[in-house]
Design a protein around this ligand. Structure first.
Ligand code: UDP
Ligand code: MG
Length: 312
């Protein structure tokens, strides 16, 4: 198999038919073996019936139906693990991604990149302040935090080499951070400008909560990519700074009491200083616990702490 297109979908009944037609036209034109994997993420709007009809008329289609709505990331991961193509293309089911852009994503992989990621240049021309600014802010924040400079983190339209797609371990809403996680594995990443179209039918599955959830995931990604093999470096440092401050402060307060005779018992400062010491000790302990967990994590899965690109 040359190409696998993975399409997670949740309640997208009316978009599926037109998407299948467009996709088939593009994939046929490439003249290689391909499969279209629709991962139904627990739809309740009859998407499954629509898919059954599509499948019965096209041998290239595979349908995987999840038992319940598990989220876009899980659906994507499921598709990746079932894909048999050398190259895996992921895209949304709602028609916002134009299959006509697929050849350009593939061209990037031919240039030697491991991941070609879509960049929706024409998005939010209208809603400049409500959508475009927040989106630009989010992208620069994620770029800065992860150190992987991309313009468009939110775009799921991507082409991957299979080994890369398979080695990604995705949790939560992590599909938004695929480039950061991939870079962590040493992948070479390119961005490809793609068109942007309005959703064909149905409604978006995400609201404003997405911002908060993305932020939390960002912290996880940042931590895992930078310090997962050395948690004590993060927590220990915070602990030493806080504990050190607290210790120094307590010392000063005690000296004031002994040398200058200031009253100590009723000063709130004492409480704060001692609190800092306790918190400091706790941070160091969390770091140590983290170290133990990190070792269990890597050793139990036989997960090496490095990634080899090739051997001669
Ligand atoms: N999706 C999914 N499971 C979910 C939510 C979304 O499979 O729990 C799919 C959805 O059907 C679509 C893609 O993920 O194919 C992107 O979702 P959506 O278009 O709602 O996101 P937006 O384009 O608004 O960012
Ligand atoms: Mg969409």
């Amino acid at each position: 198999m040359d190409y696998s297109v993975v399409i997670p979908l949740y309640n997208e009944r009316d978009s599926l038919g037109p998407l299948h037609v467009e996709l088939t036209r593009v994939m046929q034109s490439l003249g290689r073996a391909y499969e279209l994997i629709f991962v139904d993420d627990g739809s309740v709007d009859g998407s499954i019936e629509a898919l059954r009809k599509i499948k019965s008329a096209d041998q290239n289609v595979r349908v995987i139906s999840l038992a319940r709505n598990s989220g876009q990331t899980a659906a994507l991961a499921c598709g990746f693990s079932h894909a048999t193509g050398d190259v895996i293309i992921a895209m949304d089911a709602d028609g916002q991604n134009d299959p006509a852009d697929i050849p350009r994503l593939l061209a990037k992989l031919d240039e030697g990149y491991d991941l070609a990621s879509g960049w929706r240049t024409e998005r939010w021309q209208e809603e400049r302040f409500t959508r475009r600014l927040p989106s630009m802010a989010a992208n620069s924040l994620i770029s800065a935090m992860t150190g992987v400079k991309l313009h468009d983190y939110g775009c799921t339209f991507k082409a991957y080499r299979r080994d890369l797609a398979r080695s990604l371990q995705l949790y939560g809403e992590m599909h938004r951070f695929v480039p950061a996680i991939a870079a962590e594995q040493g992948a070479r990443i390119a961005e490809v400008e793609i068109g942007f179209r309005p959703r064909r039918a149905g409604i978006s599955k995400y609201g404003l909560w997405r911002i908060v959830r993305t932020l939390l995931d960002l912290i996880t990604v940042k931590f895992l990519s930078g310090y997962s093999t050395a948690p004590i470096q993060v927590f220990g440092l915070i602990g030493i700074i806080l504990g050190g401050l607290g210790g120094l402060w307590t010392f000063i307060l005690v000296m004031e009491k002994i040398l200058l005779g200031y009253e100590l018992g009723r000063r709130p400062a004492l409480l704060l200083a001692v609190l800092l010491v306790v918190v400091g000790v706790q941070f160091v302990s969390i770091g140590l616990l983290g170290e133990m967990l990190a070792r269990t994590y890597h050793e139990s899965q036989g997960k090496p702490i490095y990634v080899i690109r090739e051997e001669f």
